[in-house]
Ligand binder design. Structure first.
Ligand SMILES: NC(=O)CC(=O)C(=O)O
Length: 305
C-alpha cells in the first residue's frame, strides 16, 4: 500500500482571521466604501489580525442579469486596486471574496473570481469559480449562473506567507469534495480551505453547516466560509448569512447571524490539526490501493495564480 506523504503540522503559526459579513447592494461605490470601513474596524478591534475575508459577490448584486454590468478587469479594475491598497495599508492578507471578472483575453467571458492579496498588496491567488451554480429546486430556488458566467478550469492552492498552504474555492465549489481533497493532500498539505459563499434561504438551512463541517472532517483541516448578510429589505437573492469557521475536528468555532452585518473573529490554532490527526488518523489511512489514484499527485490542474 502506498501512503502519499502528508504534513502532520501544515499550519506553522496560529493565524488570526476576521470575516466580514456585509450586505451588498446595487450601488458599487457604496459597497466598496463599506468594505473599507469594515476592514478598518476589523484591524482596529484586533490589531494583531493576520487576515480579513470578504463574501462572494461583495461589490455587486448576486444576480445572473447583473454579473456583466458589474464585471471588472483584473488586475486593473477599481475593486482589485482597492483591495490591494487596503491589504498594503493594514499589512494583512485579504481573501477578497469574489467579484464578476471580465476577461478580454478570453473573448470577454465573465467569471466569478476570488483574489487573495499579500500584506504587501500583491495578488497571490486567483480562483475562478469552477462549478457553476445551476440548480432548480421546485418551490425553492432556480438559479443558472451558466447563463452569463463561465466556469474556471483549475483548482487553487497557494502559500499564505509563513503560515503554510491554503486552498480556495467559491460557494458551490464546496459541494465538490475533490477541491478540498486536492488542497489538503500531498504535495500541497494545506491547513485550510477558504470559501467565499452565498448560499440562500433554501439551500443554506439544508446544507451550509453540513458541507463546511464535512469538508473539515474529511480532510482534518480548517474550513472558512464568508457570506453576505441576508438583505430582506433590499430584496433580490436572499443570502443565508451565517459566515462561519470550522475547526479540523468539525466543530464550529465562530459563526455570524443571518441578517446582521457584522465581523466575526477566529484564531486558527497551529496545534489543532496534529492533535486531531493523531487521535483519528484518517488523513494517513487512505487506501489508494483500493480506490485508485483519482486525486493522485501531479494529476490535478492547480493554478499557480
Ligand atoms: N450560490 C452558490 O454558488 C451555491 C449555493 O447557494 C448552494 O450550493 O446551495
Amino acid at each position: 500500500m502506498t501512503v502519499p506523504p502528508v504534513l502532520k503540522s501544515p499550519l506553522s503559526k496560529s493565524l488570526k482571521i476576521a470575516l466580514i459579513q456585509l450586505k451588498a447592494g446595487a450601488d458599487k461605490a457604496a459597497n466598496l466604501t463599506k468594505v473599507t470601513k469594515f476592514v478598518e474596524e476589523a484591524v482596529t478591534k484586533s490589531p494583531t489580525l493576520d487576515l480579513v475575508m470578504l463574501p462572494e459577490c461583495f461589490n455587486s448584486p448576486y444576480a445572473v442579469s447583473e454579473f456583466r454590468n458589474y464585471a471588472e478587469l483584473i488586475p486593473t479594475g477599481e475593486t482589485t486596486t482597492l483591495l490591494s491598497s487596503l491589504a498594503k495599508k493594514h499589512g494583512i492578507f485579504i481573501v477578497g471574496g469574489s467579484i464578476p471578472e471580465i476577461a478580454p483575453e478570453e473573448g470577454n467571458k465573465i467569471f466569478n473570481t476570488s483574489l487573495t492579496f499579500s500584506p504587501e498588496g500583491e495578488i497571490i491567488a486567483k480562483h475562478r469559480k469552477v462549478h457553476l451554480f445551476d440548480i432548480d429546486i421546485p418551490n425553492g430556488i432556480t438559479f443558472q449562473e451558466s447563463l452569463t458566467l463561465t466556469g474556471g478550469d483549475k483548482a487553487t492552492v497557494f502559500k499564505l506567507g509563513e503560515f503554510g498552504n491554503v486552498g480556495l474555492g467559491i460557494c458551490y465549489d464546496i459541494r465538490f469534495p475533490e477541491l478540498a481533497s486536492i488542497a489538503s493532500r500531498s504535495p500541497y498539505s494545506s491547513f485550510a480551505m477558504f470559501y467565499p459563499g452565498a448560499f440562500n434561504t433554501t439551500t443554506g438551512p439544508m446544507h451550509w453547516h453540513l458541507l463546511a463541517r464535512a469538508r473539515a472532517v474529511d480532510n482534518e483541516m480548517y474550513v472558512v466560509l464568508c457570506s453576505p448578510a441576508r438583505d430582506v429589505e433590499g430584496g433580490g437573492y436572499q443570502a443565508y448569512g451565517h459566515s462561519l469557521v470550522v475547526d479540523p475536528s468539525g466543530k464550529v468555532i465562530a459563526e455570524a447571524g443571518e441578517e446582521e452585518e457584522e465581523i466575526i473573529y477566529a484564531e486558527l490554532d497551529k496545534d489543532a490539526i496534529p492533535k486531531v490527526r493523531d487521535g483519528i488518523p484518517v488523513h494517513y489511512q487512505r487506501r489508494f490501493d483500493v480506490y485508485g489514484d483519482f486525486v493522485g499527485e501531479g494529476k490535478a490542474k492547480v493554478s499557480d495564480k
